[in-house]
Design a protein around this ligand. Structure first.
Ligand SMILES: [Mg+2]
Length: 348
């Protein structure tokens, strides 16, 4: 039986900003991207009372809450706090799987073999986070990742909730299907139209029927809606790079043609980077080229702020190595290997 803790910081980015500016105490605060198309990334509970939500356009947030303090994102600050928090996690177990800067799974099974309760460990970790960073966290404790993640939401902010093995059945029976890992708003709507609202409803559908409808995912769903999840806590989840590539149906015969293609690829990459990993620090940019003779080359450079210009330069450098028509082009970034990701290895 596993003992999993899901630790989730409470409105993390907003909380860090408020810690840095004590004069904001009690005021509605949101942080988000700047400019006229700004979007709320996180907001505090005071702002939520006015209906401000994350992913909401800035203008709408200001409409709902005219005295909202809207601050720009400062990822360096959040990364530093996150690193400090993960340092605390690693003092308890090397089995830490960060999901983002403010969320992680901890497998504390081996600690509880020594007679310690996961509940007490979670409490101690939260108290240490508060003492050392001035920030509050919530925790969910359960026998698997899915339940632990659901549970951490139950007593937010600054609380914790455990789902014990003998409570799982009752807990799942009334849980909305939307809470199940992998079920988005659209699938939830589709289930609702068939009268399926809770996991209890979903449990009435047989395994073969689920598999006909959803394929392999149907089998997973069968177990998830019963509160069963066998996924392990994987310590090295954070990716080291982000990249894309395109194989062309006709080889590109000139540097100019390659430049046009790299322009599109790098734009897509930079967009994906902003959406998926705004919190990661970029260390290198690279371009990948495969020539008509199937030889391949990569050219990279140290760079914190990749741009279309940098990819064009890298391409030029890679292209002259062969000067042949090109079959495939790719662009990518390598991330700073955060100390916290390497930490488990130091303990081994
Ligand atoms: Mg959070």
């Amino acid at each position: 039986m596993r003992k999993i803790i899901h630790l989730d910081m409470d409105c993390f980015y907003a909380a860090v900003e408020m810690r840095e500016r004590p004069e904001l105490a009690g005021q509605p605060v949101a942080v988000g991207g700047g400019g006229h198309r700004s979007v709320v990334t996180t907001c505090n509970y005071e702002a939520r009372k006015f209906g401000v939500r994350s992913a909401m356009p800035g203008f709408m947030a200001r409409e709902r809450c005219p005295h909202l303090v809207f601050l720009p994102l400062r990822f360096d600050l959040y990364r530093a706090a996150s690193q400090q928090i993960r340092g605390i996690f690693y003092e308890y177990t090397p089995l830490v799987e960060p999901l983002s800067l403010d969320e992680a799974y901890l497998d504390v099974s081996s600690l509880s073999e020594d007679g310690r309760y996961a509940w007490d460990i979670a409490k101690e970790i939260r108290a240490r986070i508060l003492a050392e960073t001035g920030l509050t966290a919530s925790a969910g404790i359960a026998s698997n990742k899915m339940l632990a993640k659901i549970a951490s939401d139950w007593r937010k902010p600054n609380g914790q909730f455990a789902i014990l093995p003998d409570q799982v059945q009752e807990f799942m029976a009334s849980l909305p299907v939307r809470k199940v890992w992998g079920i988005g708003p659209k699938s939830a709507e589709r289930f609702a139209s068939r009268g399926i609202h809770t996991c209890g409803d979903l449990q009435k559908i047989s395994l073969p029927e689920l598999m006909v409808q959803f394929g392999k995912w149907g089998e997973e769903l069968y177990h998830l809606c019963r509160g069963e999840d066998s996924r392990e806590v994987r310590p090295h989840r954070i990716s080291k790079s982000l990249s894309n590539e395109n194989t062309f149906s006709d080889n590109l015969g000139s540097l100019e043609a390659c430049e046009a293609a790299i322009e599109i690829l790098s734009e897509e990459l930079l967009k994906e980077l902003r959406q998926k990993s705004p919190d990661r620090k970029v260390r290198k940019a690279f371009v990948k080229v495969k020539f008509a003779d199937f030889s391949r080359t990569t050219r990279e450079c140290l760079c914190n702020e990749p741009s279309a210009e940098i990819y064009r330069m890298l391409l030029a450098g890679a292209y002259v190595r062969k000067n042949l028509p090109v079959r495939l082009l790719g662009t990518g970034v390598r991330f700073e290997e955060a100390a916290e990701v390497l930490q488990p290895e130091l303990f081994e």
